[in-house]
Design a protein around this ligand. Structure first.
Ligand SMILES: [Zn+2]
Length: 485
């Protein structure tokens, strides 16, 4: 037996689920200097601090592949919504919306949100520098958003960018990549990025491959034209020569229920010739901008934020219509612009996408919403408890892999996502029998059950049901060294 040597922290007696997808095994995990330095039987080894993990699962800290915590990591750096479900790393800047670059001096168009002057960064690198100087409780990485680039550089947002505007966006994207952005995200589903052509995105992302970045996209359509949208996303990634991440994959509207059979078959076929990963949140309601045309597609809508009537958050459009004695259309118009939850997915589709081999778990939680979708607080624990343990959709090892090892590889987060000697000591210790989400559509901000300890870079960040106050998160910049081992 090799000796563990000097340890800062020993997680003793747990079942190790290492994030690779390999079967659980009994192992002690030793940590020194923020790194996992020992895995095995530590015997009577001593450590400055010991966590007794008998009867518990010891897993890599979860990586939220699809976060919108861009502002929260600076303004609310304890991130209880994420720590409480075992997340130790968030990937921000999704759906085309990154905190930086910010169009300083202008009110950004939705889906971008105005932020206070201290959070306005004219260049992407300044955002990462701030995070490095004032860390959050979790590690943070970020994509640079095409919509954000548009808001800074495109004069008429209703049109495709001009050549000069494209050149400016490409320059800003390249600067972001040099500063450490993980890649480029887009969200052509929404105005003002909806006016962008595939050629515009290809031109803006022209430097992605040389920096080892990825292309992540909230596709142009997740309804009737979802297959065409997949073609467009795959074409863009192929033209750029980079891996594709299909954001929050789903099909929306009753007329499209069941079509993930076709979308997944198509993605699997495309993946024979290019790298493709998906992310998915485990719920049948989506959450995005309030748009009148979506009233007909949804059985109902819960308002999650409203610029005009903030007090409407948490109410359904039907209830507001009844309260005001008007039509649903009129009620929706009164609370716009804003965001809402749409009940417009089929459970069988959600299960199919979650179970797909290259699907990662991502919350898509929007921490800026006053009445957020329950996924912000419960996505990871819902997959562990409801889908893996109770519904037996896949094994615990697979569930953990989808929230750690798979994600680290997809985004090039080297040295994270698995419990391995030499890897960063991001660790989540949980009770497999008790782990569960508690947040619901009617009470959306409740911490999960069963998450016992969360360790970030070797430092306990969550214990006894609350944040420890530590802010040991790191700013994770993309490292360009080709494929992962
Ligand atoms: Zn999105």
């Amino acid at each position: 037996m090799t000796s563990p040597g000097a340890l800062d922290l020993l997680v003793r007696g747990g079942m190790l689920v290492d994030g690779s997808g390999a079967p659980a095994r009994r192992a002690d995990v030793g940590i020194a200097g923020g790194v996992v330095t020992f895995i095995g039987d530590a015997g009577a080894a001593r450590a400055t601090r010991v966590i007794e993990a008998g009867g518990l699962i010891v897993a890599p800290g979860f990586i939220d592949s699809h976060a919108h915590d861009d502002r929260a990591v600076l303004a609310d750096p304890q991130l209880p919504a994420k720590l409480s479900q075992g997340v130790t790393t968030v990937i921000n800047g999704n759906c085309g919306n990154s905190m930086a670059p910010y169009p300083v001096g202008a009110v950004p168009p939705l889906p971008l949100r105005p932020v206070e002057p201290q959070y306005q960064f004219p260049v992407f690198g300044a955002y990462l520098d701030r995070l490095a100087a004032r860390p959050a409780a979790v590690n943070v990485a970020s994509l640079v958003g095409h919509t954000s680039l548009r808001a800074c550089h495109v004069k008429n947002l209703d049109l495709p960018a001009t050549e000069d505007e494209v050149r400016a966006m490409r320059g800003a994207a390249a600067a972001a990549l040099r500063a450490g952005a993980l890649g480029l995200s887009s969200g052509t589903f929404y105005p003002p990025a909806a006016a962008a052509t595939a050629d515009e995105i290809i031109a803006v992302g022209a430097d992605l491959a040389r920096h080892g970045g990825v292309y992540a996209t909230h596709m142009r359509d997740e309804g009737d034209r979802v297959l065409e949208a997949i073609d467009e996303a795959a074409t863009i990634a192929r033209a750029l020569g980079v891996p594709l991440v299909v954001s929050h994959h789903k099909v929306m509207g009753a007329a499209n229920f069941g079509r993930t059979v076709d979308t997944l078959a198509k993605l699997q076929l495309l993946a024979q010739a290019q790298k493709i990963c998906l992310d998915c949140y485990p719920y049948t309601a989506s959450s995005s901008l309030l748009r009148p045309e979506r009233l007909a597609q949804s059985s109902d809508i819960i308002v999650t934020s409203s610029r005009t009537l903030p007090q409407a958050a948490g109410k359904t459009v039907s209830a507001l219509a009844a309260e005001w004695g008007c039509s649903r259309e009129e009620a929706l118009a009164r609370v716009m612009p804003g965001t809402g939850m749409y009940f417009m997915m089929d459970e069988a589709d959600v299960r199919r996408v979650l179970a797909y081999g290259d699907t990662m778990v991502g919350s898509d939680g929007i921490s800026a919403d006053s009445y957020p979708h329950p996924r912000l607080w419960g996505a990871f624990t819902r997959v562990l408890g409801h889908y893996s343990r109770d519904q037996k959709l896949f094994s615990l090892e697979t569930a953990v892999h989808k929230m750690s090892g798979l994600t680290a590889r997809a985004f090039g987060l080297h040295g994270r996502g698995e419990i391995r000697e030499g890897f960063a000591a991001d660790v989540t210790v949980f009770d497999a029998a008790a782990v569960r989400d508690r947040s619901t559509y009617t009470a959306p901000m409740l911490p999960s059950g069963g998450i016992e300890h969360v360790i970030v870079n070797g430092v306990p960040a969550w214990a006894a049901g609350e944040p420890t106050g530590a802010r040991a998160g790191q700013c994770l910049r993309r490292i360009n060294r080709g494929d992962t081992a």
